[in-house]
Design a binder for this molecule. Structure first.
Ligand SMILES: NC(=O)c1ccc[n+]([C@@H]2O[C@H](COP(=O)([O-])OP(=O)(O)OC[C@H]3O[C@@H](n4cnc5c(N)ncnc54)[C@H](O)[C@@H]3O)[C@@H](O)[C@H]2O)c1
Length: 386
């Protein structure tokens, strides 16, 4: 380790994402050994001392804090990793940037476009390295989809279709708010499925197929009132439980997107399909090592959908893992993002998606919510440069 350059991580938030990012930092040296930089688990932070002490011990952090501001103030932290609910992202990121820290921020970048705009401004003025954890780009089959699209094999693209379906909020007795259910509380989450699920679909879509120009959306809140865990009172539910929108991409193709937490039987069914003039691609998170591909240029007798098991060493990231034919999982997309972030430090390159890229995704989310509210088409104002 001594010859490696160390990046001392201050992790804020130790729930689902705090654990999966930490796993990424821990795996980097084992699977990307030649990289010049190495993460050091310097400090972890969440609000309850008993919990954070236990977390730090279990996962191997050298120290802990119960106030995120302490992480920002510390001279022995180089990079701040924001794994807290959405309402905290802007304040933490802005403070971290002003303190000159690198920032790895969970998605969605913010609750509102206004917050996102300020975050991009401060981060760019400070000139600190930044990335946002839209991790699905780094599932090898999805990265392969990007390579195929960029090669031009699909020809002109006509359609982009994506779904993200869950079923965990159907019970009307489920409360909203508090530590476990902040996603149902608009004040903490900003929005419902739009910021939580569609933001992923939008990031992947613009990465693969370019900017989204305009949108027409509908949202629904199926359960109108829930008990708030904070007040104990029944309160209006202000998030979108479900959202569907259609759109035009800058390249002339049409997009169709749907997300819900009311699709009984579906836990995290993220799928997308792209239909081009010559070929089509589809992918499904439940079978994430596979990319389905149809090429009209194939010999007619054998033409059909191919199911490509993306586990060969010459496919994206797979030279780092086991042997051809053996699968990897969800957590590997985060390990790959850690790896790409650390690689980007070597060449002083941006690690996409940056705050600016995620700001463009935020523009689409905002336009979707505005469109649903006003029951009209909305221009997104997206300027997709990546
Ligand atoms: N990239 C992905 O696929 C993905 C998946 C899940 C969640 N997320 C995003 O990650 C973020 C966190 O989600 P999660 O599922 O890990 O949530 P979680 O509820 O599991 O964990 C949140 C953590 O933040 C801590 N926390 C809350 N407020 C805090 C504060 N003021 N100071 C310090 N700690 C605080 C909580 O104690 C908890 O440890 C959200 O922005 C979410 O949208 C992204």
């Amino acid at each position: 380790m001594s010859e490696k350059k160390k990046i001392r991580i201050g992790l804020i938030g130790t729930g689902l994402m705090g654990r999966i990012h930490t796993n990424g930092y821990k795996r980097l040296g084992d699977f990307f050994p030649e990289y010049e930089y190495r993460p050091v688990l310097q400090a972890a932070c969440s609000r309850r001392e008993d919990k954070i002490r236990e977390f730090a011990e279990q996962w191997g952090y050298a120290s802990y804090e119960t106030d995120w501001r302490k992480i920002i103030e510390r001279d022995d932290i180089d990079a701040v990793d924001i794994c807290t609910p959405n309402n905290t992202h802007a304040e933490i990121a802005i403070a971290a940037a002003k303190a000159g820290k690198m920032i790895l921020c969970e998605k969605p970048l913010s609750r509102t476009l206004e917050e996102a705009e300020e975050m991009v401004k401060v981060v760019e003025e400070a000139g600190v390295k930044n990335t946002v954890w839209y991790n699905y780009r780094r599932v090898p089959a999805v990265t392969l989809a990007k390579q195929i699209v960029d090669s031009g094999k699909l020809g002109k693209i006509f359609h982009y279709r994506a779904n993200f379906l869950q079923d965990w909020t159907i019970n009307p007795e489920l409360p909203q708010g508090g530590d476990a259910l902040w996603r149902l509380d608009a004040a903490a989450a900003g929005s419902g499925v739009t910021g939580d699920l569609l933001a992923h679909c939008i990031d992947t879509a613009m990465w693969l197929n370019g900017g989204i120009k305009d949108v027409s959306a509908m949202t629904e809140t199926f359960i109108k009132e829930r008990v708030h865990q904070g007040s104990g009172e029944k309160q209006k539910v202000e998030i979108d439980d479900a959202c569907a929108f259609h759109c035009h991409f800058d390249n002339g193709s049409l997009g169709l997107f749907e997300a819900t937490r009311y699709a009984r039987g579906h836990k995290a069914l993220y799928t997308f399909e792209i239909n081009g003039e010559h070929a089509s691609i589809r992918w499904d998170l439940h079978d994430l090592n596979r990319l389905e591909y149809f090429d009209h240029n194939d010999e007619p007798e054998v033409r059909g959908w191919r199911s490509v098991h993306v586990t060969e060493g010459d496919q994206p990231y797979m030279d780092r893992w086991w042997i051809p034919g053996t699968s990897i999982g969800y957590e590997h997309s985060f390990i790959h993002q850690v790896a790409d972030f650390f690689k980007s430090l070597e060449g002083n390159e941006p690690c996409h998606p940056t705050f600016r890229d995620a700001y463009e995704t935020q523009k689409v989310c905002e336009a979707v919510l505005d469109s649903a509210k006003s029951r009209s088409w909305k221009d997104t104002g997206v300027d997709w440069q990546e």
